[in-house]
Design a protein around this ligand. Sequence first.
Ligand code: NDP
Ligand code: 2IT
Length: 445
Amino acid sequence: MNVQEIMNSLEAKHPGEKEYLQAVHEVLESVKDLYNENPQYQAAKIIERVVEPDRILTFKVSWLDDKGEVQVNLGYRIQFNGAIGPYKGGLRFHPSVNLSILKFLGFEQIFKNALTTLPMGGGKGGSDFNPKGKSDAEIMRFCQAFMLELWQLIGPDTDVPAGDIGVGGREIGYLYGMYKKLAKEHTGVLTGKGSGWGGSLMRPEATGYGDVYFAQEMLATKGDSFKGKIVAISGFGNVAWGAAQKATELGAKVVAISGPDGYVHIPNGMTNEMIDYMLELRASNNDIVAPMAQEFQGVTFHAGKKPWELKVDIALPCATQNELNGPDAQKLVDNGCILVGEGANMPSTEEAIDIFLKNKILFSPGKASNAGGVATSGLEMSQNSARYNWSAEEVDAKLHRIMKDIHAACVKYGTQPDGYVNYVKGANIAGFVKVADAMLDLGVI
Ligand code: NDP
Ligand code: 2IT
């Protein structure tokens, strides 16, 4: 394989899809040597097949707002690769959503899901709908209209959506309600459901907890732990709160969280009371962090700034793609940061990753360290199929085990001759080998 040639051909076919091309480029760079040493992969054209989605479904979503006005949004579902199991991946509702962003997320999801050790293929979907400022009734009508189109494309053994940015427990409820009415069945067609109607305990906190469990494993390779560490977290949503809670529980001091408006500095570390307040702010559909500074003494708000300018030991980017760039990375490294654990999908730019790897700090890519969310979705699917519920302790123990296994797979495939673990390479190769081998077994389909 010649990476440049493949990238040139993809750029010509999919001009301007920069996030998708960025995600593909990273994986190709990691797997090129392995690929070139395995003629069976080349003969089956695994790369040419894995970079294109199995199918992309787009649809129109028309709905009525509270004023009785007609609103029109775009809806998507990308069924990217189903070699190892049903398509699986979240739905994102955010005004920035476009094909490039959903294709990058769907592509990453293939390898992430393979890393979880569970049988799940990769998919992603969403809409350019903006939940901000919408009433509960508007959210419900939008979710119902979205599902009216989506329901025929999904199923518990074919394609199982879940949440992502802008889609949490409330949205999954409205989506599931409409699916159930149309399909006349009560199955595990969506994950992230409420625990009283088929959801798994621990799913809400799983991504953030998993991110911290993975970081714990990385620290352990250096004989280190979270105890006494200073941590900065970006984002203010599903992933960020779980990470803040678990890191605090393990003895770290979480000194920053952020929203699209800026970050808050919490010199004495986040408390449970602050986490509860952050969740309240989020629930009000008003996801700015500034009010934290008015509510709590000693907390300061830094408008338009990112938390990466702080002197911290550990950085956990948990907001969105490309939120941590080259200069941010350099600042973190210069300030002595020893670990960056991605909770979001592709939050670090290529330039930022190069800086982390060059300086040989502990760096985990999202497809490894945020896999705890989808892994727990997989556990929810198992519980739904078995018509059974595990306790929170049982789910947490399984999640912890999975994160340790993903870490071990990254170490296996990513350890360099000098002993440094390149987790980017490790995660990409481990995920790729599993999917590529399944594609070989299944023939040209
Ligand atoms: P949420 O919607 O709960 O939270 C995301 C938050 O980050 C929003 O408040 C958003 O605000 C904010 N945000 C967006 N851009 C920035 C920015 N530049 N700086 C700071 N904050 C920002 O989403 P999730 O927590 O679910 O998702 C966060 C990330 O984690 C995404 O990359 C997602 O793909 C990934 N992820 C999520 C999983 C899950 O289980 N939910 C699993 C694995 C990965 P606004 O809406 O105003 O832009
Ligand atoms: O990016 C992700 O892994 C998610 N948004 C979770 C997907 C899922 O199916 O739980």
